[in-house]
Structure formats: C-alpha cells, structure tokens
Design a protein. Structure first.
Length: 266
C-alpha cells in the first residue's frame, strides 16, 4: 500500500473520530484541555525518541500521567480546570523543549513531533487510531445519555444520585486517547485541529444536538482529505494544509451563518 493511501486512511479515521471526541470536546467546553494535553505530551515523544522506543507509546503514557496531575491540581481550592490545564501545558512543552535541546541528535526531527506528517504514518498508527475510534464509539453508546445529562444539568445529575467520576473518566479517556493517536499525522501543535474544528463547525449548523456528530465526521473527513490532496499537489506540509482547510471551513461556515441570519432579519 502506498504512503498516500495510508495517509488517506489515517485522515479518514481521524475525521470520523472528530465526530465522537470532537463533539465531546466542544459540548463540554474542553477545547483548552485538549490543546494543553496535546502540547504537554510532547516530552513523552521526545523521551521515547531518545530511548529509541515507540513515540506514540511515550506520548500515551505521558498523557495518562498528565491527566492524573491535572486531576490532582484541580482539587486544590481556588484552582479550576483552565488554570491546571495552563500549568500542565507550560510544564510539558517546556520539558519537551529542554529534552530536545539536550539531545540534538534525535533520530526523529522535533518538527515531526510538533506538526506531524500524515504521509509518514504506518499500519501501526492506523491500527491505533481505528482501535481508539471503536472504543470511543462503544464508550459513548454505553454512557452517552449520562454524559449528556451531566453536561447540561450537572446539578440534576448529582441530585439523581449518579456518580460523576465514571462520566469524567469516559470523557477524559476518549479525549486523551484521540489526541494522542492524532499526533503522528498532525503533531502536538495541530493535533486538535482535526478534532475540534469539524465539531465546532457542525455546532454552527446542526439543527439539534444529535446532528453534531455526523456533521462533524463529514466535515472532518472532507477537510482532511482536501488538505491532504492540497499538500500533495502543491508540495506543502500536509499537517499545516489540513489545519488551514479545517480553519477555513469553520470561518466560511461562520460567515455564511451570519449572512443568513442578517438576511432573515432584514
């Protein structure tokens, strides 16, 4: 199978994953958390590159550690999720930069960890993304109603006698796993672009909540494939092209929605 075919499969899977993980990120307002997590797992990749081990495994293990750290920090009185996410983001990215600076002879370029390369993914990366997609779909199918209940009525959820931690665990696990498997294709910096962007676009046009996941998946797949084709035809960075297409689709949708609203009022 050609490298372009592998890249296309990976991008399609990530686009589908945006319909699940991206929707959770958007409706639960976890965008900054996802960005912080993707940036902060950078040192995990650098450390495993130094050791000659699997980069994705290093980023995944570091993601688990960072989620635990964020959970502990969020329990400190007066500290919210945004504060703890910012602290962890700064710590992780600074540590990754330091490790990269101390090991200039890395076998993997630091740029590959930061911006990724869909054209460099292999069957292992695709298998990991597919596995996360399947697990995320199963988890949402089992806990979806409770997630929605807790998202839009946390007080009522607690009053009904439900525990919060299973929902938090499911949501955090899906977001963290999705963020990690997106890194080989689009890197630590652009890793959340293909997850958050399509879901944010879908929320602008979805007539009701249940429409967000399928619309996000369509936008994610379409934007990813278009960005990939642009990168090949114009010889530009694939991760950057995909990120720009996702952002452009969101901006165009936002402008179109504003024009339609203004036309109806006028």
């Amino acid at each position: 199978m050609s490298y372009f075919a592998l890249a296309t499969i990976e991008i399609v899977l990530l686009g589908l994953l945006s319909g699940v993980a991206g929707t959770l990120i958007v409706i639960r307002r976890r965008s900054f958390f996802a960005v912080a997590l993707s940036h902060a797992t950078f040192p995990g990749g650098v450390a495993f590159a130094v050791l000659g081990w699997n980069l994705l495994l290093g980023q995944a293990l570091f993601a688990v550690a960072l989620v635990l750290i964020m959970t502990l920090l969020s329990r400190i009185p007066g500290q919210g999720r945004q504060v703890t996410s910012g602290v962890v983001l700064s710590f992780g990215f600074a540590l990754g930069t330091l490790l990269a600076g101390l090991n200039p002879g890395l076998g993997v370029p630091v740029e590959a960890l930061l911006v990724g390369s869909p054209l460099g993914v292999d069957l292992g990366d695709i298998a990991a993304t597919a596995a996360v997609l399947v697990v995320a779909l199963v988890a949402v199918s089992l806990t979806g109603r409770k997630i929605l209940f807790h998202t839009f009525d946390p007080v009522g959820y607690a009053a009904a006698g439900f525990r919060t931690w299973p929902v938090e665990l499911a949501v955090t696990g899906i977001i963290a796993a999705s963020t990690v498997v997106a890194m080989p294709a689009v890197g630590a910096i652009l890793g959340v672009a293909i997850l958050i962007g399509p879901a944010a676009t879908a929320r602008l046009v979805a007539p009701q909540l249940s429409w967000i996941p399928p619309i996000a998946a369509v936008v994610g797949v379409g934007s990813g494939v278009v960005g990939l084709w642009i990168s090949r035809d114009f010889n530009v960075a694939a991760g950057g092209a995909i990120g720009l297409v996702v952002a452009l689709v969101f901006v165009m949708t936002l402008l179109a929605r504003a024009l339609v609203t203004r036309f109806r009022r006028g």
